[in-house]
Ligand binder design. Sequence first.
Ligand SMILES: Cc1cc2nc3c(=O)[nH]c(=O)nc-3n(C[C@H](O)[C@H](O)[C@H](O)COP(=O)(O)OP(=O)(O)OC[C@H]3O[C@@H](n4cnc5c(N)ncnc54)[C@H](O)[C@@H]3O)c2cc1C
Length: 512
Amino acid sequence: MGFGLPGLLSKGGLMVGRLKADVVVIGAGITGASIARELSRYELKVFLVEKEADVACGSTKANTAIVHAGYDAQPGTWKAKLNVRGVNSFFPMCQELGVRFEKTGTLVVALDEEQLPKLYELLERGYTNDVRDLEIIGRDEVLSREPNINPKAIAALWAPTAGITCPWELTIALVENAVNNGVTLLLNSPVLGIDASDCGSAMCVKTPGVYIETRYVVNAGGLYSDDIACMVGQDDFRIVPRKGEYYVYDKRFGSMVSCPIFPVPTAVSKGILVTNTIDGNLMIGPNAQDLNDKEDLATSWTGLSDVLTEALMMVPGLPMVDSITNFAGLRAIAKPSNDFVLGPAPGVPRFINAAGIQSPGLTAAPAVAEVVRDFLYDADLDLVEKSTFNPCGSPRLRFSALSRNEQGVLIDKDPNYGQIVCRCETVTEAEILAAIHGPIPCTTMDGVKRRTRAGMGRCQAGFCTPRVAAVLGRELGCDLDEVTKRGSSTGLLLARTCDLRAAQGGDDNAED
Ligand SMILES: Cc1cc2nc3c(=O)[nH]c(=O)nc-3n(C[C@H](O)[C@H](O)[C@H](O)COP(=O)(O)OP(=O)(O)OC[C@H]3O[C@@H](n4cnc5c(N)ncnc54)[C@H](O)[C@@H]3O)c2cc1C
């Protein structure tokens, strides 16, 4: 992202900018985005610093997208307290920001008598956690609501306060709103170190191009939040990545279920579920596998087979061959607590952790943001409300969701609405232009995909990749071979054929 660098210093031959902040939030996933937006309500200079080329690139980009009711987490934990608080704020927050949230409810389905006690245990736990309106429903009710469920179902826990959303749509909207309210977003800016002695009473957050002198730091670094805590000497927790794999099905199957359907949970996960998505696909997953590698997002034959086998137990009619893609996400599990790590680092009261935010971290995000704000206040940060704060975002226009008439009116106003770039999802060039020129930089293919859904349909970008790349290149003023999938070393094109031929001494005009 381009930004003015006041006071350039020379450090070992490199020019380093020095900036001043009240608060630096590290990590622009759903947690950091929610915190930055919460802090933008106050008269503060806030920087949101992200190592990747876009926001929502960590756990936030690959999860089940369920806004959980809150019956699952052990009472007394941060996960339990903030899940229920989060779900209560979710709908108003999405309304303010113009983000889609569908209150579908969720079902946990018992398939035999042995699973029944667990269902009642979840019901009790839900009551203890203050979850509203939970009930156990019988077989007939389950099957009349969800006719595709295994007819062996004997009962289910119905949680009507739960729902589904789109995690990256929400994160982008939160960051756009934060930026519109004065937060500075620094992308492509990995935090390499934090110096608590360099700058007097303040801390100094170091990225390759910029040093930020700041009074407070918030650690929302997801899978890397343990490494970031270590930068100020905190080593009392570590993050273990726990992988979850998924299948996504064509939209033809999106109505096979009308809400997320869970099996009874296991010790390590809520189990493999079958869910509809906010965009109308059907999705199954995730499994749960602890790893050492925080970058391992590969799907595996064995993992996906397990996902399919277990999902078939819940919905036996699942199609076997109509999956359009599969993917994996990594949960950030904090050891030893297995809970969110919230609060100041020991001995560094102005360094506040929002670390190890595993599931239900998406749901809990608005509540986590409030808790972090309160920790900052307790550490003597003045919170003076900004009279100009505007909580509202503008919903992204979705051409495919409009009637023919409405589409026609738009095309008359702007012919770019008549240019369909992604046929599967009916995404127009005008929407792609709006994404690229939005309030926060969108410079990659994945960035366009997450904002518009271009490439998320049945052909999985098979047809639209060259066209999206051409629009991106044109609008960013760069060559096609500089367009990347997700920043830095992820270029789409390896080389130009004519250059390769020239290098091999070939004749560019020769027939193949
Ligand atoms: C398989 C799976 C299923 C899930 N399902 C659900 C669900 O249905 N409902 C629910 O509520 N929750 C769910 N979750 C949990 C939810 O996705 C996470 O809790 C949430 O996304 C965590 O957000 P975060 O911002 O804390 O972390 P992340 O999204 O990982 O963001 C951390 C950010 O920090 C950045 N960063 C790291 N190190 C640095 C550095 N040194 N400098 C600068 N930036 C840095 C990263 O690039 C990243 O963007 C699921 C998670 C997974 C993996």
